[in-house]
Design a protein around this ligand. Structure first.
Ligand code: IVH
Length: 670
């Protein structure tokens, strides 16, 4: 059947519309229509193309995964070489870079454009008359590999440019990467398909881009952000890098939302500090900040030395992955008796601090890693997360290594260890007979998010349990200044401060009190749900599993944990004695309906002190709210914790109401 003009026009219109919405969604993170409408348009186009195959074109939005697997990649020569960057490892090196630029140009305060340095792979994409025709890896800088069919599967890469003034030839350059969330998801998928996991997002991105079968690449959550151009024909380019980047954005290309133009050294170092602080809350991994002289004329004047421009530098963050030697493994006992193997390491600097311990999680993890004592291992420390062993370098294995054996008894109280069905966790069966568990329970009770007893640190608690001064949380409130002063290295003043802090902590909230009890798997969000649902401690204690299941976000396992906890006489004794010692909380108002936030959309950004972001999300959802990942005109509230970043700017621009943590907790507690 030959297509009528009407069909041809409709197909053209659908492609334009889909392309427009794609760019709204991926480049600008600002969708205009709901996904369902997008899907409807997409299916309509698919159906028409199935009816009229002769009308299918390579730049149709339906054709992201096109051709069949390749035998090998062919080579592509870069019209303009793809350079690399010189590195600065510290502020001195950055300052001498800036000084050299000033000397060579004779300009004192240089204007720099800056962006985070994405940790992925450089790719160059060629558009002819706005149509994506080719994509290549960096290769050796002069010649790369043709990965066109793989890059076409990346949704953040437009198959067609948009807007006015599209040049006949435009090569766009940028980084292909996998976000932190995409990486986690991908590894989970790899495990459930019985495959091997990727060591980090960069490796995952590299492995995905180098697939000969584009169908596999299409299943990988690759993304791209652009930061430069190659060959350009038929366009008059702006005079500043920052303007070129904005121009690219206007053509539908995704660029860094963190980009900035900076004047002089102080602004540059402030930007570095800001990005370093926000590093962990960015959705992707970065390994530094890239600074580029903003004036293109100046860039040309400065030129290159060996493969790197003199007008740019990568000011790197301290490495998050380093190599060291595993000296020994010790088994630690947690609050709930869970046994965690801890690696003792040859001390190394990682992520800017010296590390000599790392977690090995559990015995299954040790088996998965295949690690032995004496091995050279890679450890990773990202942000405030506990350092962990991520890999063994088997080629460095010495002749004599020791296999790590599963312990059969608790290293502290010698009780038998139990393995929970279906779980990798080993647990000490000693309960509060086990000194380690007792210490952990008291530490948890005293913690900031629980009873918030200031000055009562882990060391001191350990010492007090060791000498038998306290055996359970309630004993803390029997302490006197003179008993405390008898402890080693405890001055009168510190003892007095602790007594005062204990006194102060007695006034708390029902949520914090429940959380402080340390019921297994009852975190802050669950404690809050319990408090608002039942209103009183008595009601919670009396609740059976069935009525606990009515609480939003409480499932059968947690319900059982709660009932079991309150059934133990020793737990009830501790609670009674805490109340006898005048621990008090204000009456809790019961949430009348758990859907009082229905119809509202929240976005959470930055770090909250009382809840993790996940817990905040769960708490909101349990009250009927929707929680979205990005700010748009439809956002009702932005919850801004510490270091909120670009989402806050966007919310301000759009006039979205912003809640700080205090106001947010009020909304939850109502
Ligand atoms: S500019 C001539 N900007 O870092 C300048 N590179 O170590 C060429 N990279 O090969 C690169 N983020 O893969 C530039 N904002 C950014 C970057 C960036 C990551 C990568 C890129 C480059 C490597 C150099």
């Amino acid at each position: 059947m030959r297509a009528s003009q009407k069909v041809t026009d409709r197909i053209k219109r659908l492609r334009e519309e889909l392309n427009y919405h794609n760019i709204r969604y991926y480049t600008f993170d600002d969708p205009e229509i709901p996904d369902s409408e997008y899907d409807r348009l997409f299916r309509e186009l698919q159906d028409l193309e199935a009816q009229y195959p002769e009308l299918v074109t390579t730049d149709s939005p339906t054709q992201r995964i096109g051709s069949s697997p390749l035998e090998s990649f062919s080579e592509i020569e870069h019209g303009v070489p793809m350079l690399s960057l010189a590195n600065a490892m510290n502020e001195d090196e950055f300052r001498s870079f800036a000084r050299r630029v000033s000397e060579l140009t004779g300009v004192k305060d240089i204007e720099f454009a800056a962006e985070p340095k994405l940790d992925g792979l450089a790719v160059s994409i060629r558009y002819e008359d706005g149509k994506l025709v080719q994509a290549a890896t960096r290769g050796d800088g002069n010649t790369g590999e043709d990965i066109t069919q793989n890059v076409r599967t990346i949704h953040t890469v437009p198959l067609r440019l948009t807007g006015k003034g599209i040049p006949p030839i435009l090569e766009v350059r940028g980084e292909v990467f996998i976000s932190s969330a995409g990486f986690e998801e991908l590894n989970k998928k790899m495990i459930s398909n019985g495959g091997k996991t990727f060591a980090n997002p960069r490796n995952a991105a590299a492995g995905s881009l180098r697939q000969l079968d584009p169908k596999i690449t299409a299943e990988r959550p690759l993304e791209m952000i652009c930061y430069g151009i190659g060959v350009v024909n038929g366009a008059k380019l702006p005079a500043f890098y920052s303007e070129i980047i904005d121009w690219l954005q206007g053509l539908g290309i995704r660029i860094s939302p963190e980009r900035a133009v900076l004047n002089g050294l102080d602004q540059c170092t402030a930007y570095y500090r800001d990005i370093a602080e926000r590093r962990e809350s960015l959705p992707y991994e970065i390994d530094g900040v890239v600074y580029k002289v903003n004036s293109i004329a100046m860039q040309e004047e400065l030129g290159f030395i060996s493969r790197a421009p003199r007008w740019a530098i990568a000011y790197k963050f301290p490495a998050q992955e380093v190599m060291t030697v595993l000296l020994a493994v010790e088994f630690q006992v947690g609050r709930t008796g869970a046994i965690t193997p801890v690696a003792r390491l040859e001390p190394v600097a990682v992520g800017g601090v010296i590390v000599s311990n790392a977690t090995l999680h559990n015995m299954d993890e040790i088996r998965r890693l295949g690690v032995r004592i004496g091995d050279t291992v890679i450890i990773r420390r990202a942000g405030d997360v506990i350092p962990k062993v991520v890999r063994v370098i088997v080629s460095r294995r010495p002749d004599k290594t020791k296999v790590i054996r599963t312990p059969s008894r608790c290293p502290v109280c010698k009780s038998e260890l139990q393995k929970e069905e279906g779980l990798s966790i080993l647990r000490c069966s000693g309960g509060l007979y086990c000194e380690a568990q007792r210490k952990e329970a008291i530490k948890h009770f005293a913690a900031r998010k629980a009873m918030n007893i200031e000055g009562l640190g882990d060391k001191l608690i350990g010492q007090m349990v060791d000498v038998g001064l306290v055996n359970n949380p309630a004993d803390l409130y029997s302490l006197t200044q003179s008993k405390l002063s008898d402890l080693d290295r405890m001055g009168d003043k510190s003892a007095a401060n602790i007594i005062e802090a204990l006194q102060k902590s007695k006034q708390t909230t029902l949520q914090k009190f429940i959380y402080a009890l340390g019921i297994r798997e009852v975190g802050e969000a669950t404690a809050l749900s319990l408090a608002t649902h039942f209103g009183t401690l008595d009601a919670i204690i009396k609740a059976d599993e069935e009525s606990l299941l009515e609480v939003p976000d409480i499932g059968p396992v947690v319900a059982k944990n709660i009932v079991t906890f309150f059934r133990q006489k020793h737990n009830m004794d501790v609670i009674d004695s805490l109340i006898n010692k005048e621990v008090r909380w204000a009456e809790q108002t019961i949430a009348l309906s758990n859907t009082r936030l229905k119809g509202l959309t929240f976005v959470i950004t930055g770090t909250l002190s009382a809840l993790s972001r996940d817990e905040a999300r769960e708490a909101l959802q349990s009250l009927g709210a929707r929680v979205a990942g990005s700010v748009s005109a439809r956002t009702s509230y932005l919850v801004a914790g510490d270091k909120p970043g670009s989402k806050k700017d966007k919310a301000e621009k759009l006039g979205v109401s912003i809640l700080d943590e205090k106001q947010f907790m009020k909304v939850l507690e109502n």
